[in-house]
Design a protein around this ligand. Structure first.
Ligand SMILES: [Zn+2]
Length: 560
């Protein structure tokens, strides 16, 4: 009997030794945190980072920073970028080709999340519409974590915008919440829940957004510490704000008017609110404190709204980042206390960058301007009528995409001279750099045309345009509104560096700190996080950022 027990103990010891010898994988992170800072240019870290002392500082100093990270595709806009971050795929694969695109069957423009089969669920006033990720063609990392981990991941995403909260999450989640100014509060969708999620409902009740009304956004640091001018050339603040600090949120405390909600969204107060909502989610669901790996996604929207109005070289952008640094500092400190420092992994990135304000670029004697979408559409319409006669129907435009009337694509396919003439007419519009017949993107890309290659990565048949139009550097599309400066002060959505380059920093569990100069894209984030968690993405275009992975521990130390 004793001999038998001894033999069993010996066998178990041998088994244990064998397991240790076979490199047992490091345990996965307890919590995956994906932070997207909407419109954060890659160069903001180098330019404004000297002012950071909180969470951004910790992530930059303690993380694996891919300094040359950039989206490689043309359509550098919000919904596309978030879908790329969450799936590890480019738009040619995930199918999200814009914030909106022209639905040929419905003969109208649709937003990337509009879903006639869903209804939105409000935490505030009743709200119309319905949103979901039903048009996303690739599973997200969090959906794969739910599906593949031995203990399904709990998933929470929060943002100000519906497209960012939804694309970060994917098909299912414990809570997906975004802000809706018309509802005067946060909402979700029947895609995720038929009734308000109790812990979000409790949080928004205890923390009314209107508590920020009557507050004033002022500079956090002494005015002398800000680069550039406060009222920079070409800034275009909303009607209720001037180009200079301070910026008031609403007329008075608690006054719930639409303008106050808009001002609040466009202020760092909305980022701070999302940070607190994220902390409340961690506490309510005990994210990262269970047996499995959980997922928290936060997309901070204020920088995008601020950037569009005040431009990348503004006190407002600098201050939004100074305050986000503090907001993230509080979030990381909370994760240290609850999940444990070193038990969670963070990915910090952006969905796109932004162009400088054309008036400021022009003042530096560089060619810059706003490209009128209507002028491009009209040029195409006229050239098509000149080639094939009138009465074919209207040309539609959506950013870089032109959608041709039914039958015209067939005609162009058979008539290369007419195709050349149409493209020539579009390229004659001031501000246009290039125009392609979508069916020729492949051959142009194969011949080494970089712009065609960028457009091809963004191209999804049936959703993308029939003709693809690209502005010159420092130009972007606007819709003419009769004003001398139509559209926002600045924008994004091109294949130029200022739109494509974004921060990409991984931090925490399993990550080796360092600065890396090899090319990388935000599509590498989900594959890298999936690798850390030991799950497989079915259809990623990105790759694992191997340099960022911590060296494996010696096998003798494993399994203890
Ligand atoms: Zn964006």
């Amino acid at each position: 009997m004793i001999a038998h027990v001894r033999r069993t103990v010996l066998a178990l010891a041998l088994l244990g030794a064998a397991a240790a010898a076979h490199a047992a994988p490091a345990p996965p992170p307890k919590l995956v945190v994906v932070i997207v800072v909407d419109q954060m240019r890659g160069d903001y870290v180098a330019r404004y980072g000297f002012q950071w002392t909180g969470g951004l500082r910790r992530i930059v100093d303690g993380g694996a920073w891919f300094r040359r990270a950039a989206y490689p595709y043309l359509t550098t806009v919000t919904c596309v970028g978030h879908a790329t971050v969450s799936t590890g795929a480019f738009p040619r694969t995930h199918g999200i080709v814009g914030n909106s695109w022209f639905d040929r069957e419905l003969d109208r423009s649709v937003t990337c999340t509009w879903d006639p089969g869903r209804t939105n669920v409000s935490y505030a006033s009743p709200v119309s519409g319905g949103e979901s990720p039903w048009r996303l063609q690739t599973a997200t990392l969090s959906d794969e974590l739910r599906a593949q981990m031995p203990v399904p991941a709990r998933v929470v995403t929060v943002s100000i915008k519906e497209r960012t909260a939804i694309m970060l999450a994917g098909d299912r989640a414990d809570a997906v919440a975004w802000f809706n100014a018309a509802a005067g509060g946060f909402v979700t969708s029947s895609a995720y829940t038929s009734v308000p999620v109790p812990f979000i409902a409790e949080f928004v009740k205890a923390n009314p957004v209107t508590a920020d009304f009557g507050r004033t956004w002022t500079r956090t640091l002494p005015a002398g510490q800000y680069l550039f001018a406060d009222a920079g050339k070409g800034e275009k603040p909303a009607a209720y704000w001037s180009a200079e600090f301070p910026h008031a949120i609403g007329a008075g405390a608690g006054t719930p008017d639409a303008q106050a909600f808009e001002a609040w969204e466009s202020s760092p107060f909305s980022d701070d609110y999302l940070g607190r909502m994220a902390i409340a989610s961690v506490d309510a669901l005990k994210l990262g404190q269970g047996k499995g790996t959980d997922f928290l996604g936060v997309s901070f929207s204020a920088l995008d709204l601020v950037g569009h109005d005040f431009g990348p070289a503004s006190h407002e952008v600098q201050d939004t980042l100074v305050r986000l640094d503090r907001t993230l500092g509080r979030l990381l400190a909370h994760l240290d206390r609850t999940v444990g420092a070193g038990n969670y992994v963070v990915a910090l990135t952006a969905d796109h960058g932004a162009a400088p304000i054309p008036e400021q670029t022009a003042a530096a004697a560089l060619d810059a301007g706003r490209l009128d979408s209507a002028a491009v559409r009209l040029a195409a319409q006229k050239a098509i009528e000149a080639a094939f006669g009138p009465g074919l129907g209207p040309v539609r435009s959506q950013y870089s995409d032109l959608i041709l009337p039914p039958g015209v694509v067939d005609k162009l396919r058979r008539d290369s001279q007419a195709t050349d003439e149409v493209l020539r007419a579009i390229k004659a519009v001031p501000g246009v750099a290039a125009a392609f017949f979508a069916e020729q993107l492949q051959s142009h890309a194969a011949a080494g045309d970089r712009d065609a290659h960028a457009a091809l990565l963004s191209y999804y048949p049936g959703r993308s345009g029939d003709l693809i139009v690209m502005p010159k550097p420092y130009w972007f599309f606007v819709t003419a509104d009769g004003s001398p400066q139509p559209g926002s002060a600045t924008s994004h959505g091109t294949m130029y560096g200022y739109d494509q380059q974004v921060p990409l920093i991984l931090f925490g569990k399993g990550i080796r700190p360092g600065e890396y100069t090899r090319p990388a894209t935000p599509a590498d984030i989900a594959p890298t996080l999936a690798y850390l968690c030991g799950v497989t993405l079915a259809h990623a275009d990105g790759d694992v950022l191997a340099e960022a992975l911590a060296a494996p521990a010696p096998s003798a130390q494993r399994g203890r």
